[in-house]
Structure formats: structure tokens, C-alpha cells
Design a protein around this ligand. Sequence first.
Ligand SMILES: *Cc1c(COP(=O)(O)O)cnc(C)c1O
Length: 353
Amino acid sequence: MLNYRNALGEMPSYDGVERDFRIKVNANESTMNLPPLVEERVSNRLGYLALNRYPNEEYDMLVEQIAKNFGVAKSQALLGSGSSEIIEKVFHAFGGAGKKVVYPQPSFSMYKIYAKAAESEGVPFDLDKKFDLDVDAFIKKIREVKADLAVICNPNNPTGNALAVAQIEEIAKSIDCALLLDEAYVEFYGHSAFGLIKKYPNLIVARTFSKAYGLAGARVGYMLAQEDVTRMINKTFMPYHMNVLSLAAADIVYQMRDEFVSRIQMTIAERQRIFEQLKKLRGVEVFPSQTNFILIRLEKAATLNEYLESLDIGVRHFSANAAGLKNCLRISIGTRIENDEVFAAIKNFLHKV
Ligand SMILES: *Cc1c(COP(=O)(O)O)cnc(C)c1O
């Protein structure tokens, strides 16, 4: 008999199904690879790395760039292998037996899993019918259960909606415990709350290169917080947890982030265009989005998902036990051609049933 650690047996697996699709709009990735100019510079850079050395210098260079851009000290930024690693470490740092973590539901499915992994008690807080967060009730809940960590995903995955920065400030100000703000999609929203870290020592902001910057394969994310917080969180990472290839790629991408502005704008414009089109379909509920995806709800979601799969189109279908997401599908925004094809397929399906 193999004696695994206690929480592991009951810990759910991440249920994202990975399969290749002709049109893959199921994971909110960028459907385009890096802009050619950026790709060329990344390739060149990867050609002269000191692979025999631990990646101190490359880590420092990227942290320095990020800190400079946000106008904070280098000691206030940490990098992770995707923001996933950051989030997991934050759950770990504020977790353990007897600790509690409050997060909205539905939101990023991994919060529940990281809570379990940290042996904390996960306390989901239900969003309302329109997937809005009742900020006052959320604050009340955090205080009531004496949470050690609260989490907000803004804009929220998979619902797409966002809180105003003032609402986030209200939460940060009203609770004593740590507040992790997951801003994975903030580039498609345009309103970051990172400026609040100056004022609120409990606030931690997590960001990623995986969505707007099309670097999901390299696994790079970062967090910003006050120095005392980063010093503690930093203890939870392995030494040299970032690899030099990813660091170098992200360093170039960050230097050249202006090259991504037009793509981000295109994605936002496409999101609005597809949103308006989807809204015209009868029997489909469409949720407004500030991200690079749109959530829809329809009675025949499972059948539509199968139909799309038969056309080699992959969207995200939520399992029956995903709270609040019954009959929901999440569709990432791709290129104009991809979006048109996905929309035409949905429309076609609705005509047939
Ligand atoms: C995609 C995503 C992340 C993490 O992405 P990484 O690739 O690990 O940086 C974190 N939070 C949310 C809500 C996401 O959707």
C-alpha cells in the first residue's frame, strides 16, 4: 500500500481536457503565436544563453523590467512558472491545517484545488444570478469565517465580468487577512488594481504572460506586493524555479510589449462583435465580458459542445459538478476568421435543433 499524504486522495484533478482542435478556443490562450518581430528576437536570444549556469541574471533582468514598469522596488516583484505557481505558493504561504481561504464561485477552478493542496479549508462564496459579486456580503463572509486568505479573480474566469478598482479597494481595506488578486485577464479590461499595493499591505497582485502576451507555453507569471510580503512568499519557492529559456523569452516579450497592443485591441473589438452577434440568438444567454473569452448558457450546451467537437472546434464545457455553471460554455476569442466560424457553427446548430 502506498501511503500518500492525507489531502491528496480527495483532491480533484484539473478537469481541463487537452486535445488538439483545428480551432482551439477552450483555454483562453492567444490563438496566434508571437508577432513575427518578437519571435525572431526570442529565437536569437535563445541562441546564446548560458545553459550551463543557474538563471540568476535572467531572473533579475525580468524582475527589474517589471518593477520599473510598475514603479515599484525590485524587492516587490516575484516571478513564477506561470501565475499558477504564484497562486499555488500564495495558497501555501497562507495555508495549512485550520486555515481558511474564501474565493468566489464560480471562478477559476484551481482555487479549490490549491486550497486542498495546502490543506486549508476552501470556503466558496456564491456569485449572484448574473455572476456579480456582492462586495459587502463577501467582506462579511471573510470576517465571519476569520479567513486567512481571500481571493478575487478580476476580471473573473470563467464568467468574464469585472469589479471596479474601487470595489477591490473596498475589500482590501475592510479585511485583515491577505487578499490575492488574480489579474490574468486584466490587459483585456484595462483597469488594474496594482496601484493599491502601496496602500494595502495585505494585497497581492498576480499577473501572467500566458493570455494577452501569448506565452502560455513558456510558463511565466509574476506577482507584486509590499516587500515584507514578497520576502515571505519567496521562501516557498524552490531555488531556481524558473528556467532560463522561459525567462529569456519573457524578457524579450516584455521589452517588446508594445507589439501586442494592436492584438489586444483586436481581441477586445472581436469580443464586442461576437457578443453582439451571440446576443441575437434565441435561447442563448450571453454574459458580458471584459476578457478574451465569452461565457454563454443554453439548455443544449452539452449537445452543442459535441457538435462543435465534431467540427474539430474545441470550446470549454464545464462538468456537471462545476457549481453555478450548468449548461455553460466558455469560448475564447480567436482571430476574426476563427470567431466567424465558431459563431456560424453555433447558429447552424440552433437551426437544426
Ligand atoms: C490562465 C489563468 C491563470 C494562470 O495562467 P498561467 O499560465 O499559469 O500563468 C491564472 N488565473 C486565471 C484565472 C487564469 O485563467
